[in-house]
Design a protein around this ligand. Sequence first.
Ligand SMILES: *Cc1c(COP(=O)(O)O)cnc(C)c1O
Length: 396
Amino acid sequence: MTSQNPVFIPGPTNIPESIRKACDMPTLDHRSPAFARIFSPAVEGVRKILRMGEGEVFLFPATGTGGWEAAMANTLSPGDTVLAARFGMFSHRWIDLCTRHGLNVQVIETPWGQGAPLEAIEAALSADTGRTIKAVLATHNETATGVRSDIAGIRRAMDAGGHPAMLFVDGVSSIGSMPFDMAGWGVDIAVTGSQKGFMLPAGLAILGVSPKALTAMETATLPRTFFDFADMRRSYAAGGFPYTPPVGLLNGLALSTQMLLDEGLENVFARHHRIAEGIRRAVAAWGMRPYAASPDLYSDTVTAVAVPAGCNGTDLVQLAASKYDVAFGVGLGEVAGKVFRIGHLGMLTDVMALAGLATAEMCMADLGWPVTLGSGVAAAQDYYRNAGQEAARAAA
Ligand SMILES: *Cc1c(COP(=O)(O)O)cnc(C)c1O
């Protein structure tokens, strides 16, 4: 029998049965009106979840990384300057992608565990008197460290100096799980993928693109073919795609956006916050702490648990997989071994979270780490019993 255990990695996330079924479709002609009936609700659902104003949603057969590439290639030219802070593996990889595309990346090195440094960003923008910075890149939720950054704060820093740069946000592990306000925060491109908050298999890069970024496209000269926004736009206008779309995934996206909107985005965010808070209570009961430097930075979708001295987080992840058939996330890059990560986004309930915590505890005990079995679980149980999920369910 294949395991029925949920995964506790921060993507890909658990897939609801109904979404799995929606993805399993017979072949359909993607140039027929039947395709448009799948495609347009998917696009409209994404638009609502991003809280977009004007602008376009683009869905590419790719992943979040492809979404970054599409964002850069459509709006910038070789040699253009972008500003980015590096404070984890995902912010690092985006910077690397820009460098490989011949962009000039002005990097603000920031300790891992911190979020986007607002003062340093504001200082860099005000020092840029020649207005050479074309875009500010921000990783909303750094999945490697479990750190959430203040995107509204970055927008304020940009507006304070009247800097005209575009604001591009990686929301791959936040969108659909944590509050995201593309219009309110003045985000020019929001990037995500299908396999995290949207609870789908991997395979779609999902982008929201503002009118300002669409205008930048007209003069941007980085090469693009597969990811060309203009080709997409022309085909969308005719109800289709410039090439063969993954119809099953798009049908799944139409359902997943509907499920999130039916639950109510505020309820979805409250559920993620509640589950995350229970997990943080458990971590504290273990005598450990999240790697994120301060509570205002705590992510509601992933917790990187700093392990005690002498312990190796990767050992726990490997044991959980081999002995209990449960997936946790390993530490990446600079924090390899120093943390293990609990992903808590997507289709998750309090009860599922308790199972993950119980499994982590068994692994710690097996590895001889200093933990009392049940301590973290009890702390989370206490929290979940009284955390108001009945009210949330009644509202849904
Ligand atoms: C998962 C993730 C990515 C990469 O997405 P892929 O879909 O694996 O290409 C990028 N950024 C963040 C913050 C992520 O969590």
